[in-house]
Design a protein around this ligand. Structure first.
Ligand code: G3H
Ligand code: 13P
Ligand code: ZN
Length: 316
């Protein structure tokens, strides 16, 4: 059943976070649904602009609609990840997505507000909800000063003004994470002090944490042992998810960790079976491993075991 993220956030707020997982193909879709059902978790499927153009945007819609039939118990939202204004409108019109993210965080504050406001009006008119972003996620490099690094984080006072003026339904905040496999340097970590200040100004309002892959070292070592070259890869400590959830984070975005699972499975498989040309063999292993990965992640997020509670809330 496809629902809006709003419903999922109402159920989760203050207690746990919903996993938001990016998909690009059939194998990820199968593993994603299987892992969420194995762990009895509601979830969010994220589709990026890149995913929409990897084959054809209609292919992903077809995959997800089919998965809904194959896994009728699943409860999930379909969400555009990091949309620009035009892509948001395209998804809103499609009638398939239940929420969109407008990412105008690279624009000046006033322009970010104006663009976000336009998307919110279009989305709300069609019953969709909107995630917006304020602050700059990004690699925090060694040479940048503490003041410079802080300036990129979400300003709590601006967050309140932004939400009030745009009418967005959830807000992605920059609190020290970055996208990809190379996060943090030196002693940098998640900035719970900043998150706490944001929550004080926006009590009860759903916050989103991007760039939340953990980049497990065991995964990185296995990839490198099978011929990969990932040096200095590092991620977010998944044991910090529940603390973030208590401070208002209801959605945690994870893409890179899934890519690591894919890379490890395929590198190891072909190293061990150099004679194989049957794509289904590693594909089958990947689907099972991805399902296991999703179920384990949901335990860390606290969303595991919440499916029946969410179903009950939806039917009340
Ligand atoms: O934040 C970006 C996500 O990891 C999606 O990545 O744009 O390469 O599909 P992508
Ligand atoms: P990771 O690169 O940490 O997986 O973050 C994904 C993300 O934020 C998608 O929007
Ligand atoms: Zn992101």
């Amino acid at each position: 059943m496809i629902v809006t993220t709003k419903k999922l956030f109402e159920a989760a707020y203050g207690n746990y976070a919903i996993g938001a997982y990016n998909i690009n193909n059939l194998e990820q879709t199968m593993g994603l649904f299987q892992g969420n059902l194995d762990s009895q978790a509601p979830f969010i499927i994220q589709i990026s602009k890149g995913a929409r153009s990897y084959t054809h945007k209609t292919m992903l819609e077809g995959l997800i609609r089919s998965a809904e039939e194959v896994f009728p118990e699943a409860i999930f939202a379909v969400h555009l990840d990091h949309g620009d204004e035009q892509t948001c409108y395209d998804c809103i019109e499609s009638g398939f997505y239940s929420s969109v993210m407008i990412d105008a965080s690279h624009e000046p504050f006033e322009e970010n507000i104006a663009i976000t406001r336009r998307v919110v009006e279009a989305a709300h008119a069609r019953g969709l909800v909107v995630e917006a972003e304020l602050g700059m996620l990004g690699g925090v490099e060694e040479h940048i000063s503490v003041a410079e690094a802080d300036a990129k984080l979400t300003n709590p006072d601006q967050a309140l003004e932004f939400v009030e003026r745009t009418g967005c339904d959830s807000l992605a905040v920059a609190i020290g994470t970055s996208h990809g496999a190379y996060k943090f340097s030196g002693s940098q970590a998640l900035r719970f002090d900043v998150l706490e200040e944001i929550q004080k100004r926006l009590p009860g309002f759903p916050l989103v944490m991007h760039g939340s892959s953990s980049v497990p070292q065991e995964e990185v070592e296995r990839i490198n042992a099978a011929g990969g070259k990932l040096h200095g890869a590092k991620g977010v400590d998944a044991n910090q998810f529940k603390r973030a959830a208590q401070l208002g984070v209801t959605k945690i975005n994870i893409d890179t960790d899934g890519r690591l699972v894919w890379t490890r499975v395929h590198r190891e498989y072909f190293l061990e079976h150099p004679e194989n040309i049957d794509l289904r063999k590693p594909g089958k292993i990947f689907m099972a491993e991805y399902a296991r990965f999703i179920a384990a992640k949901n335990e860390k997020l606290g969303s595991a075991g919440q499916l029946e509670h969410v179903r009950k809330l939806l039917s009340d």
